[in-house]
Write a protein that binds this ligand. Structure first.
Ligand code: ZN
Length: 297
């Protein structure tokens, strides 16, 4: 959790606060050919609050993460009415069952498209087992999914959270949340703040969709932008939108060139010094082997 976030909630009635978890190292059968050991995260969960109520955006993944997140939510002294999940990746919704025990009144919701993707994960024993094998004993055994939410607006006290459908970024049916009253965007996995983007599951086409999603956020001209993943302590500023645009454009240009994967990996690291999560699989996903450049990219 970034220290500067504390100052924001004590004296104000309306605000937001960002909780950041460290990366979760994973057990893998094959070490990547270069870069940091495989891990998930670091990830964020964001609390948006008015005088009495609060809404949480994203629920993290492990039992430990969700437990500490629940303690932190309680510190804010608001009634948690809703947990909104930005997209269907496990690291954003697996913590729901832990939070449901602590906040039984809070409704967990997501867009219908994201709910389908969550179901596709928890109803597939192979996927559940594969994730459990990467983080043995760390993930909740009771897996729950959010309920489908069709409205564009989620209320919290006298404020509105506006849900923005973003299409595919690092997963289909990605969404972001805009809170006009706070000049805030909670971007989900449309923005990675000082953290290498998960491009390993993209094609040239989906990278273009991702760029359009970034344009949609830039058009809102927010003062604060929270990335779905971020380096602990990094500021929640809109510059992250431009940095992510450049990152995707650089990667697409390199992939279209004759450079080797190792050269691309090295150059991307040099272009983004100090960013966390410099992992091979984020660029070249070992779960979905990369197609030859002449085909999909
Ligand atoms: Zn994510």
């Amino acid at each position: 959790m970034s220290g500067s976030d504390h100052a924001r909630f004590a004296p104000t009635t309306h605000g937001f606060s960002v909780f950041t978890t460290p990366a979760k190292p994973a057990v893998v059968t094959r070490e990547p050919p270069a870069g940091e050991p495989r891990a998930s995260g670091p990830s964020t969960a964001t609390l948006v609050y008015g005088p009495r109520e609060a809404v949480l955006v994203d629920a993290l993944a492990t039992v430990a993460e969700a437990t500490v997140l629940a303690d932190w939510i309680e510190l804010h002294g608001r009634t948690l009415t809703t947990i909104y999940i930005t997209h269907g990746h496990f690291d954003h919704f697996y913590g729901l069952s832990v939070l449901a025990e602590r906040f039984p009144e809070a409704k967990a919701v997501a867009t219908p498209g994201s709910v389908e993707l969550m179901r596709a994960t928890v109803d597939n024993p192979k996927v559940v087992a594969a994730l459990a094998a990467r983080w043995p004993g760390r993930l909740p055994e009771n897996l729950v999914v959010a309920a489908p939410y069709d409205e564009e607006v989620l209320p919290v006290d006298d404020m509105e959270l506006r849900i923005i459908e973003q299409g595919r970024t690092d997963l289909d049916h990605s969404t972001s949340v805009h809170v006009p009253a706070l000049d805030l965007v909670v971007a989900g996995d449309v923005v990675f703040t000082q953290c290498h983007l998960f491009l390993g599951d993209t094609t040239e086409g989906s990278r273009n969709t991702w760029l359009e999603a970034l344009d949609r956020l830039a058009a809102l001209a927010p003062a604060h932008v929270v990335g779905g993943h971020k380096k602990t302590g990094a500021p929640d500023l809109p510059v992250a939108i431009d940095e992510n645009r450049r990152y995707i454009e650089d990667f697409s240009r390199l992939v279209a060139s004759d450079r080797s994967d190792l050269e691309i990996f090295t150059i991307m690291g040099e272009k983004h010094p100090g960013w966390v999560g410099h992992q091979w699989w984020l660029m070249f996903n070992q779960d979905t082997p990369r197609a030859p450049a002449s085909q999909s990219r």
